[in-house]
Design a protein around this ligand. Structure first.
Ligand code: GDP
Length: 197
């Protein structure tokens, strides 16, 4: 899929305020600093569409972007940001959960995982929860340029062993780097495939 246009439509804190639309929607989520904004900018090839910074946790909103006037890309808040208080974290969790559970146009959730790290319990819990709720999702390993092929395969294997050994069907796994553009074509083609179904 080529990206002809990508425009910011709206930010909000409540699934009920998301755009009313019949267009398909794809959301991106991950721990703060996982590389989500960089990935969104890489996919759309529009620097600054999603705000990147070294400061984790700044995006606390559900952000809708309209792509090619035919589908929505949704930038969800990063989860697990420790600096916000307990009450704020709980509010954020409820906002994310209700978006995922209630948003009708949502076709697939892309769950970003930092490929450099050993499996993190917050990611594992979140993925388990998606499985229980039967939410369609894919895994996106980020920052793969930062480690060797062997290191990456080791980390990926650890995830597969911890998470998916009891699952009947495995989610799709994408390997990406916002620095090199790795994984861009694969993710966009997958979205195109789902749009055509
Ligand atoms: P977010 O908080 O998940 O939106 O993360 P950002 O996109 O702001 O990225 C966090 C940090 O990781 C920034 O310093 C980025 O430059 C860096 N980063 C993100 N993606 C990549 C990548 O694919 N490769 C490398 N080398 N650095 C990355």
């Amino acid at each position: 899929m080529n990206i002809f246009s990508s425009e910011f439509i709206k930010s909000n804190t409540d699934v009920r305020s998301c755009p009313e639309t019949a267009l398909p929607e794809y959301a991106f989520i991950g721990r703060s600093n996982v590389g989500k904004s960089s990935l969104i900018n890489m996919l759309t090839q529009k620097n600054g569409l999603a705000l990147t910074s070294g400061k984790p946790g700044k995006t606390l909103l559900i952000n809708h972007f309209l792509i090619n006037k035919e589908w929505f890309l949704v930038d969800l808040p990063g989860y697990g940001f420790a600096q916000t208080g307990l009450a704020a974290r709980e509010r954020l969790r409820k906002m994310i959960d209700s978006y995922i559970l209630l948003r009708k146009p949502l076709i697939n959730l892309f769950v970003l995982i930092d490929s450099r790290l050993e499996p993190q319990s917050i990611d594992l819990q979140f993925i388990e929860w998606l499985g229980v709720q039967e939410i369609p999702f894919s895994i996106v390993f980020t920052k793969t340029d930062k480690l060797s092929v062997t290191q990456f395969l080791n980390n990926r294997k650890k995830y597969e062993e911890t998470l998916f050994q009891t699952w009947e069907t495995l989610p799709l796994i994408f390997e990406t780097s916002s620095k090199t553009g790795k994984g861009r074509v694969e993710i966009l083609n997958y979205i195109e495939e789902l749009n055509d179904q």
